[in-house]
Design a protein around this ligand. Structure first.
Ligand code: FE2
Ligand code: FE2
Length: 511
C-alpha cells in the first residue's frame, strides 16, 4: 500500500511539469457530489480511454469508457461562424465511489500523453458548515471578446459623468474576473441558474463556457462542482432551429451531455436531468426546469416562443409539480434549510417581469413561477435563486409554513435574481411589476464618481455567497452575501485591478 501511495505522489509531481499536449477538449471537471461519491468528467478528441487516479486509501484507479458526444456537433440548422469546426469529441464520465464524507482528495486524470490533477471534495455529513456560490446568465459566446462592453444604465442617485454608457470591460473579462473571485472563496459547489450560453444550439457558445470553467481561461470546475438549472437560452437553437421542438431538443441535448445530476425518476426519459434534488450537508437544493408552462401562450407559460412538448410543465397537475411537493415534504423533515433554484425569476424589475397585459411584454416572463409560491411557503423553503431579468435583486414574501407536526408558523422566503454572471448589466424596465422588491443594486447602491473615476456602487458582474453554519451556541443560520467584482480605475479611467466588494444587503436566515 505504501508503495502505491509513493508512486502516485510521484505522478502528481510529474503532472505539474507536463505541458498541455492538447489531449483534452474540456479539462476534467467535477459533478454530482455525494457524501461517498463524485463524478469526474472530461472531453477528449481521441476515442481512447483515460484514467482517473484518486489518492484515497486504498488508491483508486478507474478507467473511463469514452462515448462519442454526438450532441456536441456544429452547424445542425445553420452554418456556425468561426469554422472549420472540429469533429465531435468523446465524453468520459467516471463515478468515484467509496469515499469518506466531507473529505478532500487529490485526483488526477490521464488522457493520452497529458495528465491533469486537482482536488475534489465530497459532500459533508449533515451537520457541517458549507459555503456555496450562486450566479446566473453568463450567456457565453465567442463574440463576448470581440463585441464592445454591454450597455450600462446608471440607476437612481448616480453622479456618473455624461457620455459613459458602456461598461468598463467586455463580457469575457467580466465573467473571468467574477470566476476568479469565486475560486478564491473555495466554495463547496456553485449553482449556475440558467442561461449558461448565449445560444443553446451553437456548439461554439458551449465551447466558450467550458473555456472559462475548465479550459484556457480558468479551471474552477476542476475543484468545484457546478449544479446547473436550465434556462431559456439552453432551449434556443439559434438561426434555423429557433424555439421549435426539434431545435429545443437539439440544444438541450448539449446541456444534458455535459451535466451529471441525480435522477428525477420522470416517466418521460427526455426530462431526466432537467430537474433534480441534491442533499448537501445541512441543506437540500432543488433545481427546477422553468423553461415552459402549459397551456402554451397563456398566463401560465414562461416562454410564449417555445413550442410545447420540449420541456416539462411545472404547473399544478404536472409531473414536475408532484415531484417537487414530494421533495419539499421530505426536505422539510430532514434538512435544516431548503433552497430552490430555477431560471425564470418569479419576482423582478427587469424586462421579464412585465405582465402579460402590459406594453413591452417579453413573451418570456417569470411571473407564472409565482404559482409555486403557496407550495414553497407551506413546506418552509428558505431561499429561491433565479436569474433571467439579469438584475441583482432581492424580494421577500411572507406567509405561513405548515410544520410536519401540523402547526403553522410565520415564515419568509427570500427570492433572488442573480443574473449578473457575465452578460448584460441591465437596469429596471418600465411596466415591470415586483410587489415584493427589497433590494435592487441599480437603485439601492448608487454609483459614486469622483473626478471621473468610479469610487463605489453601481451594477457590476458578481454572484451570491451563501454561508450555512452554526454560531457558538449551536444555532444554525444562512448568510447571503451579494458580491460584486469591482473594477478599480486610474485617473484616465483604465482598469488597474479588480476587487471583491459586497453590496449593503447582507441577509441572514435562521432555522
Ligand atoms: Fe439571460
Ligand atoms: Fe433567461
Amino acid at each position: 500500500m505504501m508503495r502505491a501511495v509513493v508512486v502516485v505522489v510521484a505522478l502528481f509531481a510529474l503532472s505539474c511539469s507536463l505541458s498541455n499536449a492538447g489531449e483534452f477538449r474540456v479539462l476534467p471537471y467535477l459533478q454530482n457530489p455525494a457524501p461517498d461519491a463524485i463524478t469526474v468528467r472530461w472531453l477528449s478528441d481521441a476515442n481512447t480511454p483515460g484514467t482517473v487516479t484518486v489518492l484515497s486509501k486504498p488508491v483508486q484507479q478507474l478507467q473511463s469508457s469514452p462515448v462519442e458526444a454526438t450532441a456536441l456537433s456544429y452547424s445542425r440548422f445553420a452554418e456556425e461562424p468561426g469554422g472549420p469546426h472540429p469533429a465531435v469529441p468523446y465524453l468520459h464520465s467516471v463515478r468515484i465511489t467509496g469515499l469518506q464524507p466531507g473529505t478532500e482528495y487529490k485526483y488526477q486524470v490521464t488522457q493520452g500523453s497529458e495528465t491533469r490533477g486537482g482536488l475534489l471534495r465530497t459532500a459533508p455529513a449533515a451537520d457541517q458548515p458549507i459555503r456555496f456560490l450562486v450566479y446566473s446568465d453568463p450567456e457565453t459566446e465567442p463574440e463576448s471578446s470581440t463585441s464592445p462592453p454591454v450597455d450600462w444604465p446608471a440607476g437612481a442617485g448616480s453622479n456618473r459623468p455624461a457620455g459613459i454608457t458602456k461598461y468598463l470591460a467586455d463580457q469575457t473579462i467580466g465573467y473571468r474576473e467574477n470566476l476568479e473571485v469565486m475560486e478564491s472563496r473555495a466554495p463547496n459547489f456553485i449553482s449556475l441558474v440558467g442561461d449558461l450560453v448565449e445560444t443553446g444550439g451553437e456548439q461554439r457558445d458551449w465551447d466558450e463556457l467550458w473555456k472559462h470553467n475548465a479550459g484556457d481561461y480558468g479551471w474552477i470546475a476542476g475543484g468545484v462542482p457546478i449544479l446547473p438549472a436550465i434556462g431559456n437560452h439552453e432551449n434556443y437553437a439559434g438561426p434555423g432551429g429557433g424555439y421549435t421542438v426539434e431545435g429545443a431538443l437539439y440544444s438541450t441535448a448539449k446541456y444534458l451531455t455535459y451535466f451529471d445530476v441525480p435522477d428525477n425518476g420522470s416517466s418521460e426519459p427526455k426530462f431526466h436531468g432537467r430537474y433534480y434534488r441534491i442533499d448537501y450537508g445541512p441543506i437540500t437544493l432543488i433545481a427546477l426546469d422553468s423553461s415552459d408552462g402549459l397551456p402554451h401562450k397563456s398566463l401560465h407559460d414562461t416562454n410564449h416562443n417555445l413550442e410545447p412538448g420540449a420541456a416539462p410543465d411545472f404547473n399544478p397537475g404536472s409531473e414536475q409539480y408532484a415531484w417537487l411537493e414530494q421533495q419539499l415534504a421530505d426536505a422539510q423533515q430532514h434538512s435544516r434549510f431548503t433552497f430552490v433554484q430555477y431560471h425564470h425569476t418569479a419576482y423582478g424589475s427587469g424586462p421579464h417581469s412585465v405582465p402579460f397585459d402590459k406594453p413591452n411584454f417579453s413573451g418570456q416572463f417569470g411571473i407564472p413561477m409565482r404559482v409555486l409560491q403557496p407550495l414553497l411557503m407551506k413546506y418552509g423553503v428558505d431561499i429561491v435563486f433565479s436569474g433571467h431579468d439579469e438584475m441583482l435583486e432581492r424580494s421577500l414574501v411572507s406567509g405561513q409554513e405548515l410544520r410536519p407536526d401540523g402547526r403553522e408558523r410565520a415564515h419568509e422566503i427570500q427570492y433572488y435574481d442573480v443574473g449578473m454572471g457575465g452578460d448584460g448589466l441591465r437596469g429596471s424596465s418600465a411596466n415591470a411589476d415586483n410587489p415584493a422588491r427589497k433590494f435592487l443594486c441599480h437603485d439601492d447602491a448608487p454609483e459614486v464618481w469622483e473626478e471621473g473615476r468610479l469610487i463605489s456602487g453601481g451594477k457590476h458582474y458578481g454572484h451570491l455567497e451563501v454561508n450555512v453554519r452554526p454560531d457558538a451556541a449551536g444555532d444554525w443560520s444562512v448568510t447571503v452575501v451579494p458580491v460584486h467584482v469591482f473594477p478599480v480605475t486610474d485617473a484616465t479611467g483604465a482598469i488597474t485591478s479588480w476587487e471583491r466588494r459586497v453590496y449593503d444587503d447582507v441577509v441572514t436566515v435562521t432555522e
